[in-house]
Ligand binder design. Sequence first.
Ligand code: CU
Length: 464
Amino acid sequence: MASSSLTRRAVLAGGTVLASAVAGNVLVSKLAGARETTRATLEPRETECALAEGGMTRNVFSYGDRAPAPVLRVKQGEQLGVRLRNGLSEPTTIHWHGIRLPIAMDGVPFLTQPLVQPNEAFDYTFNPPDAGSFWYHPHCNSLVQMSRGLTGLLIVEEAKDPGFDADIALNLRDWRLGDDGQFITLYAPRQTARAGTYGTIRTTNWRREPDYDAPAGSLTRLRLVVTDVTRVYKLAIEGAPGLVIALDGNPLQKPIPLDNLAVGPGQRADIIVRIPDTEGAYVTVRDFSSPSPLTVARLRAAGTSRKRALGDVKPLPQNPIAEPDLSTAATIPLEFTATAEQIEKSKYCGDLGYSFWAINSTPWPGASPDPQAPLAELKLGRSYILGLHNRTPHPHPIHLHGMSFKLLRSDKRALPPIWTDTALVYPDERIDVALVADNLGDWLLHCHVIEHQETGMSGYIRVT
Ligand SMILES: [Cu+2]
């Protein structure tokens, strides 16, 4: 049996699996029963993969025999049960990016769970409350493990089908490979101290400029998930109109046209594309993040037109996130800066050998059984404003675990009033975000440029 397996079973029916199938790398299964648990096993291990023209890339990490990692799909409110079986020769964990879940399931070594050592297992079980596009990755030796391939998508489908004709999930990321197709050094310290080290090739679902068939004349949902450790994508579409219906897993109240949309590491964009009527016509999603634009994916119109209209796209139902009370909210300033302070680093989950960055003047030493004090202590149920201030010349996608927050305002630009888990904060920008501290625990807050995270730009907030 494949080591990445997923079955959906009716809990009330005693766990009988009625049917399951693996289609490509999208694991799907079907069965009867109202209350269901979707189960999967993810076994990180070393493998090889055809990523570049030079031949098979060795020392790729994937969650099972196949690469890329499986796309997990679960319905909103239903239970997901994932067994992590560590087939690597180093410890790991799984963090579920953007999912609001109990602290014990959050996947941060020491802060929320023990390290999962080689040949050990850990069971994650949770009920995703929010529908949307999410993803998963390790939180130990993260630069190495993620750069080598451990990033996978987690799709939480709306409880009620929103009625699109097709749904294509795209995992966007770079790889640092040499001309021979093999890994080169994963970071250059000079770049780590700046915007981060970019990959040498860009892929979508581990393929370069892939084509996908989409029904002609259809409304096709694209889930663009940036799992890269560094790159801020700038996404646009050619050959058909595209509407952004959700960002970072959360619906927009009013969909907006896709036009040079910045999507940073950890962030997601759900786009509805009206596929052309003529069979064989192409729509191209492009990334303008570098001087030479790159094709993210091409969609080929297939079959006879379904004659759908983009004007029929309605906003998705909002996720059940508590509205903060701004009249009582205390403000917590969080300053993101460079640091000259070289601190002793924890060795439990890798060490890049430098401290370049800090939050509130404190560089994070890495995963440790004796972590430093929290950045802030929040009271359960109360509302807070986090004042995110980027005092550096580089953008930082600031990610909070366990709770979603609402973008309130920037001192540089208009922001959509969206819920998110990752705010892209530009150089010298101040962004205020608000949340209700409604989830108990120690929740990591860090930059999702993984080199920045691992060289100091990390910390946690405590909700008691
Ligand atoms: Cu950063």
